[in-house]
Ligand binder design. Structure first.
Ligand code: NDP
Ligand code: MG
Length: 358
């Protein structure tokens, strides 16, 4: 496989699964974490390695080390490997996604931002999602007639934080996810509920579904639900562990136990909460986005700028949402007719409002 983002939270889990099932690693792509990447090269002996920049490349123990986005795209094109795992973060994932589609390789997609930005112009054949909710929906989809779908949210790190104090929440508070550990960007996206907006759009494109909504389930053992037209609902339940969707994405079917079964006596009770627009202001534009999902590109660009500003402690937590809502207002009537429009809008927002470096 070609693994993009091998040193990240998803990338490391992909390599865990590769280890268990003895899968061959053709290419490793990473950003700046040279220490971990050197260990991965030593263990998995890839044929090709590409990193983000020359500075990191100089620290990598690999003879033919390459760097830069063009080399990532070239590697996808040239490798004989039939599957690309895109676990890059943010808009750095879009061009690799488009290149993978061009080559007709299978795309195991963790980089949801690709679909949020450009889902309208991406053919969904041969794409398998590495996201627990979408994996759950895929698992539940049994061919019966579907009425609607629901995905669950954890509520993020500030779900129980006093509302009047949320402005004062520190980066450290926001990075403490209640139920599991992920990369910093998505952990912040989870606290603002931007991640769930992204996932609604992701589901919209992957399953072609318009009736899709989300609800908070505080223990994160239910990942998604499908309402069938007969009035029944099924739910995908599993211990939270990204290795499960990853194993299915890589192998198609799985005949080994990946996660422990849910222990019902320990769980004892479940709690659902409506997503509150005061705590999660971005939820105000959820319906508008589902009606015009190609506006995902606007939200993605605005969020990348705000997310990095929050990490640099330049804005407070609530200002992330305010910034996104303002940019949305400015761009909500824009017409998006092609992939070129997507890149143009992303560039315009980035140049106008900030520096992106997720
Ligand atoms: P991380 O920040 O942990 O990992 C990102 C990876 O991408 C790292 O390997 C990083 O390298 C690499 N990278 C970043 N920029 C570049 C670049 N310009 N060129 C090459 N490599 C780069 O993120 P996550 O693993 O948490 O998330 C990855 C994607 O998966 C995101 O889109 C996220 O939304 C999605 N996702 C994540 C889940 C999770 O549980 N973490 C769950 C569901 C979806 P380095 O660290 O070496 O700099
Ligand atoms: Mg998810």
């Amino acid at each position: 496989m070609i693994l993009l983002g091998s040193t990240g939270s998803i990338g490391v889990n992909v390599l865990n699964i590769a280890r268990v099932f003895n899968l061959n690693i053709d290419t490793l792509v990473a950003g700046n974490n040279y220490k971990l990447l050197n260990e991965q090269i030593e263990e998995f002996k890839p044929k090709r390695v590409v990193v983000k920049d020359k500075f990191t490349a100089d620290k990598i123990n690999f003879k033919n080390i390459k760097f830069g986005e063009d080399e990532i795209l070239k590697t996808i094109e040239e490798s004989e490997s039939e599957i690309v795992i895109n676990a890059l973060v943010g808009s750095s994932g879009i061009k690799p996604t488009l290149k993978t589609k061009e080559t007709n390789k299978k795309l195991a997609l963790a980089n949801k931002e690709s679909l949020v930005m450009a889902g309208k112009f991406i053919d969904m054949d041969n794409i398998v999602p590495i996201d627990s909710e979408h994996f759950g929906l895929w698992y539940l989809n049994n061919g019966r007639k579907i009425d609607s779908m629901t995905i669950t949210a954890s509520g993020g790190a500030l779900r129980d934080y006093p509302l009047e104090k949320i402005k004062e929440a520190k980066l450290e508070d926001v990075l403490k996810h209640p139920n599991w550990s992920m990369g910093d960007k998505i952990t912040i996206d989870s606290a603002t509920m931007v991640n769930k907006i992204f996932e609604l759009l992701e589901a919209r494109w992957l399953f072609g579904i318009e009736k899709i909504d989300a609800i908070i389930e505080t223990k994160s053992i239910i990942h998604s639900m499908i309402n069938f037209i007969d009035g029944s609902t099924t739910a995908h339940i599993a211990t939270s562990d990204m290795r499960l969707p990853i194993a299915f994405a890589l192998l198609g079917e799985v005949d080994k136990q990946i996660t422990p079964f849910v222990n019902w006596e320990e769980i004892a009770s479940l709690e659902f909460r409506k997503i509150d627009k005061e705590r999660y202001p971005v939820w105000q534009i959820k319906d508008k986005l589902l009606n015009k999902p190609e506006l995902g590109v606007v939200i993605n660009s605005a969020n990348e700028i705000a997310n990095i500003r929050f990490r640099e402690r330049k804005i407070n937590f609530i200002e992330i949402s305010e910034f996104i809502l303002n940019i949305f207002k400015e761009y909500e009537n824009i017409k998006i007719n092609s992939i070129d429009d997507i890149f143009m809008i992303d560039k315009e927002i980035t140049q106008k409002y900030g520096d992106k470096n997720v």
